[in-house]
Ligand binder design. Structure first.
Ligand code: NAI
Length: 363
């Protein structure tokens, strides 16, 4: 029987890479019934909102979705629909594996890391106040009355809530992931030396949870030191668990270790609901030109296939992507440039997908 999956192509490069992804998944022999819904820039035109109710309804009904990226205007306009989806379905764990592939164009070899980012709290909770909001003055008075320093006039405020439940479930998710995937260590990343309340709580809970997993090593690292460590000695890391903002930033850093954003897949996991998507954004600079690398989206689909129990199809997809990159002849501009210093000889998004499909057919 076909697996129902909601498909949200998104905007920017989303539709191109999702088209490539669907063709590869279908070629791998997985029986998927794609239910396509529109979100992002196109949805604003058609429905007056970037996240129409039918998108939410479809994800709620089906329980599993794969999406392309969606543009979020900076500083103004609608709040990120990615954040909205994660909050709506309580997709609290963002899982981003970063594994080296031969021919990925990275300066690094043998990278094998998994970033697990908390997805619902922290500065992304969406509790924010513009400078002219009367709540800012009231908050200022409250803060001063509690003996803390006065805020400068005209300040804007973003609140960083970190809860014990939110911290416990994400750290537990990281340890369970480590256990079920045969990993050896979990590193909790934080800035508890400065943010003693919020990150201090996250770290305290992480230590508590770690005590329940004596079979998995545990360490903690301050986020700035962790960034340097990842660049200098990535082999010192295994599974990383981070609050939302650090997780966002460190995910891109780790994508850079395996050839860039075009390579890094991901999944947003909740209880009974999962939304798969690449780490990268909508890349407006290259949208509509058939030059985006669909690898990250295709590898996100491999994670989706594993989730659906279609592990053979998932393996066929991964092997074909690896073989295409290793052959090095039909790769997209980002990889070509990393390998040769020039984009000359690169192929487009569609042609790369064709090459992957040809490898599936030959296997
Ligand atoms: P971005 O990830 O879209 O692009 C950063 C750089 O990486 C650009 O130079 C882009 O061309 C390149 N790049 C990204 N994906 C690529 C691919 N598959 N192949 C080749 N090159 C690729 O980040 P940016 O520019 O900061 O964000 C653009 C928009 O995307 C923003 O509105 C942002 O809010 C949104 N965004 C959406 C996400 C999502 O829907 N999950 C995640 C991250 C950002």
């Amino acid at each position: 029987m076909a697996h129902d999956v909601v498909l949200i192509p998104g905007d920017g490069i989303g539709p191109e890479i999702c088209d490539a992804m669907c063709r590869v998944v279908d070629a791998a022999g997985a029986d998927i019934a794609w239910h396509e819904v529109e979100a992002g820039a196109g949805a604003i035109e058609h429905y007056g909102t970037p996240l129409p109710p039918q998108v939410i309804d479809a994800v709620r009904e089906v329980g599993v979705a794969i999406k392309g990226p969606v543009t979020t205007p900076v500083g103004t306009g609608f709040r990120s629909i990615n954040v909205a989806l994660r909050q709506e379905f309580d997709l609290y764990a963002c899982v981003r594996p970063c594994h080296s592939l031969p021919g990925d164009g990275s300066r690094y070899r043998d990278i094998d890391l998994v970033v697990i980012r908390e997805n619902t709290e922290d500065l992304y909770a969406g509790i924010e106040f513009e400078p002219d909001d009367p709540a800012v003055e009231r908050l200022g008075e409250l803060i001063e009355a509690s003996g803390q320093r006065r805020m400068k006039a005209g300040s804007a405020i973003s609140i960083k809530p970190i809860s014990p439940e939110g911290s416990r479930r994400i750290v537990r998710y990281a340890f369970e992931y480590a256990r079920s995937h045969g990993r050896r260590k979990v590193t909790a990343v934080h800035k508890a030396n400065i943010m003693k309340a919020t990150d201090g709580l996250f770290l305290r809970i992480a230590r508590e949870v770690a005590a329940d997993y004596p079979d998995i090593a545990f360490e903690d690292k301050i986020v700035d030191a962790a960034c340097m460590g990842l660049v200098q000695h990535p082999e010192d890391f295994d599974v990383l668990v981070l609050p939302n903002l650090y997780g966002d930033i460190v995910s891109d850093l780790c994508a850079g270790l395996v050839g860039g954003l075009g390579m890094a897949p991901g999944a947003n996991m909740g209880e009974g609901c999962a939304v798969f998507e690449a780490t990268h954004g909508s890349a407006p600079d290259i949208a509509g030109k058939d030059i985006a690398n669909p690898t990250a989206e295709i590898l996100s689909a491999a994670m989706l296939l594993d989730y659906l129990g279609e592990t053979d199809a998932a393996q066929r997809v991964r092997s074909a992507v690896a073989a295409t990159l290793a052959a090095g002849e039909q790769v997209t501009a980002d990889v070509r440039r990393a390998l040769t210093g020039s984009t000359e000889g690169a192929v487009g998004t569609r042609a790369f997908a064709d090459a992957v499909i040809a490898h599936i057919a030959r296997a």
